[in-house]
Design a binder for this molecule. Structure first.
Ligand code: MG
Length: 450
């Protein structure tokens, strides 16, 4: 496990803070970033992790040393930072956040001048600068000051999202909404957005950015017990759960059932395709429910390897109107920004409830075909992956195969996806089938082989 406590790679740096991810390392990486994007404004923000302030200072230091103008936006959701970078024509942006990873981790998410994740070539080039330590060094006269702007990013984000829903009608309905903000970067914006902009009666827990995460950071059905209780206690119409940097969204219905994240994405895809013609892009591990919905609207679904940057690149190429990563709780709506955005998800779901007059459980029941989804993880030793994948291919000779990210085997009524995790030394296994028995049988068969 030790090598996974620090990872320096094409998606930036991430690691356990202290022994592994140090201020010196963050400053060096920021110097590489400043050298790469060139002198000009760089937007810098963070989530609420205890190490965030320390690392933000280190990153500021590195950026200033290369002659960048640093715009400190403070604690902000990642999508908010991305929108602000693009809208203010900065040279780039950095979000100090390890997203859904445990509290002891931190990381740098890096954005180009449009507020998008770097593409593959940009990431390579940045990494070359980092490894060769060919940093630009500003002269004394070139070293700039830090500017601060905490309000504008939130206002820009809110305005972009509200353009796509009927806020006045949502306000008039006075929805009762429960929120679990995990004491994360969205704590301030989420309360403001739901109460002031959408007129909801809000019952919020864990919206204190000065406190630690009170639960596992990833918002999933099994980590949102407190949200479920809150929904039932306050008789809320809907409950929202966010991750520490506010890009992921989980949803609890009015009966206290937390939806599968795939179903949340599916409801939003359905809502968007109803009003906007266009195609859909999701990752390989996202539910087939997306295909059923796209088909209903006469639209196409493109599939990509797992990873937000992969989905975004394909969305741009295919000019998709909506996309995301189902199991990761990520909704990507380009009219707001090419990034996962929990606020877009919240607004679209409230809008859908307003327009249809239906509850969340009714919407899920009526609009989403039923599938059983199972997932698992298996530890693996290096060198074992190749033979295991080959054995899998051989034992399902009739399946249709997709090898673009691990191995996906497609059957008439089911699919299996096995891939190495991008972040941990494990294999991730996902199975989906129309019947529960079939899903369990496939999972057991594949787990046995791995
Ligand atoms: Mg996140």
């Amino acid at each position: 496990m030790r090598e996974h406590r620090l990872k320096i790679g094409v998606s930036g740096i991430r690691g356990v803070v202290g022994e592994f991810l140090t201020p010196a390392l963050a400053a060096s990486f920021a110097r590489a970033f400043g050298t790469f994007v060139g002198t000009g404004r760089v937007v810098l923000g963070r989530d609420t992790r205890m190490s965030g302030e320390m690392l933000q200072h280190a990153v500021s230091c590195g950026l200033l040393a290369t002659g960048c103008d640093v715009v400190d936006v403070g604690i902000q959701p990642t999508p908010t930072i991305q929108i602000y970078v693009g809208a203010t024509r900065a040279r780039g942006g950095i979000s100090v956040t390890a997203s859904h990873n445990p509290a002891e981790y931190n990381a740098l998410k890096l954005f180009n001048h449009e507020g998008l994740f770097f593409n593959h070539y940009e990431r390579r080039e940045l990494l070359d600068i980092y490894y060769e330590s060919e940093f630009r060094t500003a002269t004394n006269a070139e070293i700039r000051r830090i500017a601060r702007d905490h309000e504008t990013p939130m206002r820009m984000h809110t305005e972009r999202v509200l353009r796509h829903v009927d806020a006045a009608r949502i306000k008039a309905r006075k929805f009762r909404v429960a929120l679990d903000g995990v004491n994360g970067a969205g704590s301030e914006l989420s309360c403001r957005f739901l109460q002031q902009d959408l007129g909801c009666t809000l019952h919020a827990i864990s919206v204190d950015p000065t406190k630690p995460f009170p639960r596992e950071a990833e918002p999933r059905p099994d980590t949102l017990g407190d949200l479920r209780e809150l929904v039932l206690r306050e008789r809320a119409n809907i409950g929202f759960g966010q991750d520490p940097d506010g890009d992921r969204l989980a949803v609890c219905d009015e009966t206290g059932r937390v939806l599968d994240n795939d179903d949340v994405l599916a409801l939003v895809v359905d809502a968007v395709l109803t009003s906007m013609p266009g195609d859909v892009v999701v990752n390989l591990t996202t539910s087939s429910v997306i295909d059923d919905i796209a088909l209903r609207h006469g639209r196409r679904v493109y599939r990509t390897p797992v990873g937000e940057a992969n989905v975004v690149e394909m969305m741009q190429a295919a000019k998709a109107v909506i996309g995301g990563e189902g199991s990761n709780g990520g909704i990507i709506f380009p009219s707001v920004q090419y990034c996962r955005d929990s606020y877009t998800g919240m607004a679209f779901l409230l809008d859908l409830m307003e327009r249809t007059g239906k509850t969340v459980s009714q919407l899920a029941e009526e609009r989403l075909p039923k599938y059983t989804r199972l997932s698992g993880k298996v530890a693996f030793e290096h060198g074992r992956l190749g033979p295991a994948m080959q054995a899998l291919e051989e034992s399902f000779p009739d399946a249709q195969m997709d090898r673009t990210d691990g191995l996906k085997l497609l059957f008439e009524d089911a699919w299996i996806h096995v891939r190495a995790s991008n972040t941990e030394p494990i294999m991730r296994l996902a199975v989906e089938a129309k019947s529960a028995e079939r899903a369990a049988a496939l999972r057991d068969q594949v787990s046995g082989m791995l």
